[in-house]
Structure formats: C-alpha cells, structure tokens
Design a protein around this ligand. Sequence first.
Ligand code: FES
Length: 142
Amino acid sequence: MEEKIFDFWQDHSQQFLEMAFMTERREVIERPDGYGKNSSDCGDTVEIYIMVRDGVITHASFSSNGCINTSACANTVLHLAEGKSVEDAWKISPKDVIDYLETLPAKEHHCAELAIGALHRALSNYQENRREPWRKLYFTGR
Ligand code: FES
C-alpha cells in the first residue's frame, strides 16, 4: 500500500498553522521583568521576554532564529503563559505545547523543549529581579 504523503496545509491542525505563522508576539522588550534565552543542539535559539504585574504574566514576547516548528512552539508557550500567575507558568510543560499544537512532528518535539526552557529561564530571571531589583536596571539582554 502506498504511504500517504503529509500535506503541510491540509494535514496540520488549525492551531499549528495559526501558531506557526503568528507574528504579533515577535518583539524584543528593552527592559523586561524577566528574560530567558535557550539554545538547542540544532542551532535554534529562542529568547523570551515577560512583563509581570501582581504576580501575573501580562505580556510575553519572543525572538528566534528558529524554524517554523520552533516559531509554533514559542508562540504556543506564550499563548499558554499569558494571563497565568508566575507559579502556574512554571507548570507549563513541553507536553502541553505538543498537545495544543496536535500535529507537531515527533522529530520536532525538541522545539517544544527549547521554547519551554526559554520560558523557565525567563521566570527564573524574573524571580531573581524581584529579589534584587537593581538587576533589571543593568539588563543587557542578549
Ligand atoms: Fe531544532 Fe526547532 S529544529 S529547535
């Protein structure tokens, strides 16, 4: 029997296509409340910027040199994190990203791990900035 060829436009979920091509969250924030950068062995990098008010993530953005799967994962991570408390954002996992996207190819699951790693670093940086607020004044980003 002939193997079915994956048709990118027909076979990807609506969520995947939306998250893969969304550009609204691609933004570098100059003085974020939290910043995280993560790189993968494949060479892709994701940088995440979060703004927090009263313990809730009110705005989140990213920049990346990555492929379309990485973009889909980074957008999903921010979609899931925005509006959540910092505490709840720590609980977002690569599986949540994969489940949301529905059609992220198995060999690209590391893109979800990459994006979650960047989020976790941004959350950790936020917590450091809260303990030592002077740190934010000296934010040099990348
Ligand atoms: Fe390696 Fe996306 S292809 S992180």
